[in-house]
Ligand binder design. Structure first.
Ligand code: MLT
Ligand code: MN
Ligand code: ZN
Length: 309
């Protein structure tokens, strides 16, 4: 077995996808029209494996069935009914990260689900997926503690993960939207003990505090929130009244933006942006924003991309 592990990007877009079904912004209209330099993307999800057969799915996107069709490695076909999805771990309870759980209801075994008590609470009440799935495959919930302890899965030998609380926002449907709690959003460090390499994954990140920065500095790869280029992107486009930070997303540009942080990481750290909103101008190859990323050595995640570590 290879020492390296793989993190497969199943979906690199934020909620809504790219193009978004009802959006005619320059990016969405452009990708629909087949303009060069624009690539369609499905909604936010990644999967982690050592053996290429058993996978830990991070987030279950509304596009999961398409993602499974496009990534046959997640269907090892070892028996009549089978899946490579050995377990699911949720980063938050946002609709773009949890709705796909319903699509996994035909499983023969209960779904093994890791999430914080806050996220499990939101998907038991505001969006009652857990109760609903109880009428289908059922769910074995594994509450995630954010006390620094290591998580291990038998199908990921010589590997562990360490989740940490992020400052961001619970979903609009959550009763806690305006009063976020630690545990509404997490980031996670994935450690390959065989190579010593680690990936820090945080698709929804509103603020980089000391703990988050430490995790980013310790990582060989950071795979982080690339939702918006500017804080007022949705407002200026006339699409929403909300600032990026109101939605729990740190914008890329400007003072204190994500790119300033990434520039302080060592050159050897691989820097990849994920959960990219369809309005983000960096989606267009050749745009000034994309050129700025290229110059800074920052990559955009793309559906189907493998991060080996
Ligand atoms: C978010 O992270 O803010 C989402 O992409 C919003 C959504 O899923 O609608
Ligand atoms: Mn999202
Ligand atoms: Zn759009």
């Amino acid at each position: 077995m290879s020492e390296q592990m793989v993190l497969r990007v199943l979906g690199s877009s934020a909620g809504g996808g790219f193009p978004q079904w009802n959006c005619n912004c320059a990016n969405c209209a452009g990708v629909r029209a087949g303009e060069p330099g624009l690539t369609a993307r499905t909604q936010s999800s990644v999967a982690w494996s050592r053996n290429g057969q058993d996978w830990l799915l991070f987030n279950a996107s509304p596009d999961i069935l398409t993602q499974l069709q496009r990534n046959p490695e997640l269907q090892p076909a070892r028996q009549l009914r089978d899946t490579g999805i050995a377990a699911v771990c949720l980063m938050d309870a946002q609709i773009d990260h949890v709705t796909g759980l319903l699509m996994l209801r035909e499983r023969g075994q209960p779904l093994e689900l890791w999430a914080t008590p806050e996220v499990l609470g939101d998907i038991a009440t505001g969006f009652p997926l857990l109760g609903m799935l109880g009428h289908y495959c059922g769910v074995n919930t594994h509450p995630l503690a954010l006390d620094g302890s290591r998580l291990r899965w038998a199908f990921l030998p010589d590997a562990h993960a360490r989740p940490l609380a992020l400052s961001s926002k619970p979903p609009p449907y959550s009763p806690h939207r305006q009063a976020p709690r630690p545990g509404d959003n997490i980031g996670i460090t994935l450690v390959n003990e065989a190579t010593g390499h680690r990936v820090f994954y945080a698709p929804g990140l509103g603020h980089i505090n000391g703990d988050v920065w430490q995790a980013m500095e310790a990582a060989s790869v950071v795979l982080v929130d690339g939702t918006f280029w500017t804080g007022d992107e949705m407002i200026r486009a006339g699409l929403s009244q909300k600032h990026a930070l109101d939605m729990g997303h740190l914008p890329m540009s400007g003072p204190g933006g994500m790119l300033e942080y990434l520039a302080q990481l060592p050159r050897s750290t691989r820097k990849v942006l994920i959960h990219i909103n369809n309005t983000n101008p960096m989606l267009r190859e050749g745009s000034p924003e994309r050129k700025a990323l290229d110059a800074a050595g920052v990559e955009l995640a793309l559906d189907g991309m493998d991060i080996r570590f």
